[in-house]
Ligand binder design. Structure first.
Ligand code: FES
Ligand code: FES
Length: 160
């Protein structure tokens, strides 16, 4: 099958690779580029664990053609920590026991990052709405919502 060269920005660096016709972004990231943070859950757009940011907006990488991100900016959960310093969302998830098995966590973190970029002072309901496309089978969601609210507060403090 013909392979197409594409180039895009992944977590701030240029990524160049060949993709198969019809290959989705999740496979390109995991198999092509070795970024294992976006997870394969359903492969059908129903679970959200493959969520990445494309030009800052949350998108399901399992439903995104890899070729469609040529020239665009993609962020995965691998971009969150800066060296040994975790992102405030990661700190809050860890401190609030918002990750149990952790399979949903990368997608939750990216959905939360996009939400807080757009709305730094979300209500509990807005957080719940922001992660409505992300399924968690372990936590019952409350610790995740608490963690996102705690991170929002911490990030507002840093920005002040
Ligand atoms: S793997 Fe993409 S939505 Fe489930
Ligand atoms: S922590 Fe297990 S699915 Fe969310």
């Amino acid at each position: 099958m013909a392979r197409t060269p594409i180039s895009f920005t992944l977590n701030g660096s240029t990524a160049d690779l060949f993709v198969e016709g019809g290959e989705n972004l999740l496979d390109a990231l995991r198999r092509g580029l070795g970024d294992l943070t976006p997870k394969y859950g359903c492969g059908q757009g129903a679970c959200g664990t493959c969520t990445v940011l494309i030009d800052g907006r949350p998108q399901l990488s399992c439903l995104t053609l890899a070729e469609a991100v040529a020239g665009r900016s993609v962020e995965t959960a691998a971009s969150l920590a800066e060296g040994p310093d975790l992102h405030p969302l990661q700190d809050a998830f860890m401190e609030g026991f918002a990750a149990q098995c952790g399979y949903c966590t990368p997608g939750m973190l990216m959905a939360a990052k996009a939400l807080l970029a757009e709305n730094p002072t979300p209500t509990r309901e807005e957080v719940a709405e922001g992660i409505a496309g992300n399924i968690c089978r372990c936590t019952g969601y409350e610790p995740i919502i608490d963690a996102i609210l705690a991170a929002a507060e911490r990030m507002r403090g840093r920005a002040a």
